[in-house]
Each structure stands twice: as C-alpha cells, then as structure tokens.
Design a protein around this ligand. Structure first.
Ligand code: NAP
Length: 284
C-alpha cells in the first residue's frame, strides 16, 4: 500500500511565518514577546530541547531567557520562581522544563504558573480548563497531533482514534482535544490488555509512549492513519519514534515521520502560544 507521509515541516513553516509577523508587530508597539524557560536539571536531553527552543524563539523575534535553578532545587524554590515570573509584567510566557529534581512532582510546582502564561498547558488549572472545554493553552504536543491531522485533511469527527499513552503532557490532553473534534476516543496505557486488538480496531492510532518500535504492523489495520509522537534515541544516536516504521508503512494509509512530523509543529505551536499570550496580556 502507498503510505502518505504526514510531514510537519510545511505546517510548521506556515505557523512560524504568522508568528514572526505578529512578534514583529508586538516589538514595534513596545517590546518583543518574552518567554522564560525555567530549568531545574542537568539532563542532556532537556539541555538540547532548551537550546532548540531558544533558537526557534530567536528566529521568530521572540525574546527567550533561561533561569537555571540547579538540579537540586527544592519544590519551594521552583514554586517561588514560577510565582515571581507569573507576576512579572515583562514576562509573557513561562515554561518549566522536565525532568524535575528527585522528589519534586510536576503538579506540585506547575500550579504556580499563571494560566495566562502557561503556554505549554501543564498546570492543573490549564488541564482542567481544557477538560471543561474552556479557553486555555493546550499542551503543544497534543495540539500538534490534531493540527497535523487537520493540515493533511484527515477527518476526525466520528472517527475512532486510539491514543496509546495517558500522560498529562500528551495522552490525556490529546483525548480531550480529539473529543472536542467529535472523534470517538480510546485511551490505552501500560495496563491495556491486548493492545494490538484495541489499536487495530481504530481508524487512527496515535503513539505517545516513549518506547522505540512498540507499534508494529499487527497494531494497525490496513489503511489506518498512524501519528507517531514518540521521541526515542535510536541505535545510531538519532531520534526514532514509537512506531516500527518499515512494517507499519506497508499497512497504514498515512504515517507521520520521526523526526519531521509532530516535532516541528509542536515547537511552532509553542511559539504561537507565546505570541498569543503577549497579545492578550498587553491588550488588558
Ligand atoms: P510518559 O509520561 O512516560 O507516558 C508514557 C505513557 O505510555 C504512559 O501513559 C504509559 O502508561 C504508557 N505506556 C508505557 N508502556 C506502554 C506499553 N507497553 N503499552 C501501552 N502504553 C504504554 O511519556 P510522555 O511524556 O507522554 O511522552 C511520550 C512520548 O512522547 C515520549 O517518547 C516523549 O519523548 C514524546 N514527546 C514528544 C514530544 C514532541 O514534541 N514530539 C513532546 C512531548 C513528548 P501508564 O500510564 O500505565 O504508565
């Protein structure tokens, strides 16, 4: 079967062009939109991600600062920094990087990020607003899956979507976004019995687990759409997804690549959220 590649580069470029224009307009009217990344780890993957966000912000005319609290920061210190940034009128957007220091739970500290600046939708308040169908910033990765599907004209209404993974970062918010698109959603996780039988009943399978090669040909029915959110280190040091691409490509009607699928759209949506936060903050 011919499998369409659901690349994200074209959509990311279109989103970025719009963001760049809006950032320039904000800069002309006063100051550049400002994002602050709060880091409390010395994890190399997090360091790489922070670097890529800073470069993306720079390309789009968004000011981006990093506050490094150190890998042994306490929950109190992280909460205090997030509270300070949330109240700082010169800061439009705040992102807390993971992993957090041992013993610090994300929910515990993320509630200190004001919803209006929570551009990656991580706080319990943002997630609750999303679940209630109220305006908020959805987690960018979850939103990227929906936007990638729409960009490639994959209908969601009435479709059965199996989401594999139920984290607060991807799986759960994605289920909410898909429900809002009138999809019928099944959420799978590590305790799901007979995963292949559940996913192969779906029109669309989204893999958001963090295990290279978990989704194989038997998980996918002929002609289904497969969206791969996973980012795992491959055998040669590059990034690979959760989908074993070779066998799935032979069965699926469409498959998103890793890298180059959900990833670039996620970054573009994050930057769009920063500009939106700045636009609404300054309109107040
Ligand atoms: P996470 O918090 O570790 O959650 C993983 C989820 O997968 C959990 O719900 C877990 O189930 C489930 N799971 C684990 N093993 C499973 C199995 N054998 N069968 C079915 N489900 C299983 O990970 P995450 O933060 O959601 O991230 C998921 C992946 O997305 C990672 O590869 C991450 O790097 C990637 N990611 C990519 C982007 C991007 O921009 N492209 C952004 C964020 C994350 P339980 O709940 O039962 O433990």
């Amino acid at each position: 079967m011919d499998t369409t590649s659901l690349t994200g580069k074209e959509l990311a470029a279109a989103l970025n062009a719009d963001t760049k224009q809006r950032a320039a307009a904000l800069t002309e009217r006063g100051s550049a939109p400002r994002l602050v990344l709060v880091v409390a780890n010395d994890d190399p993957a997090s360091g790489w991600y922070v670097g890529s966000l800073r470069r993306a912000a720079d390309r789009l005319g968004i000011a981006c600062d990093t506050v490094d609290l150190g890998a042994d920061a306490t929950a109190d210190a992280i909460r205090a920094e997030l509270t300070k940034l949330s109240g700082d009128p010169a800061v439009d957007a705040v992102m807390l990087q993971t992993p957090l220091p041992a013993g610090v739970a994300l929910d515990d500290v993320s509630s200190a990020i004001a919803a209006a600046k929570d551009v990656d939708g991580v706080s319990p308040l943002s997630l609750g607003l999303l679940a209630a169908g109220l305006p908020t910033f959805p987690p960018a990765t979850a939103e990227a899956v929906v936007e990638l599907a729409k960009h490639h004209e994959i209908p969601l209404a009435g479709r059965h979507v199996a989401v594999v993974g139920r984290s607060n970062v991807v799986g759960k918010p994605l289920a909410q976004l898909l429900l809002a698109e009138n999809a019928t959603v099944t959420v799978c996780h590590s305790r799901t019995v007979d995963l292949p039988s559940v996913t192969s009943a779906a029109d669309i399978v989204v893999a958001a687990v963090g295990r290279a090669g978990l989704i194989t040909g038997e998980h996918v029915r002929e002609g289904a759409v497969v969206i791969d959110v996973g980012t795992n280190e491959g055998p040669d040091g590059g990034i690979v997804g959760d989908v074993d691409a070779a066998p799935v490509r032979g069965r699926a009607g469409a498959l998103s690549p890793v890298p180059g699928g959900v990833g670039p759209v996620t970054t573009a949506l994050l930057m769009r959220h920063v500009v939106r936060a700045a636009e609404s903050g300054r309109a107040e």
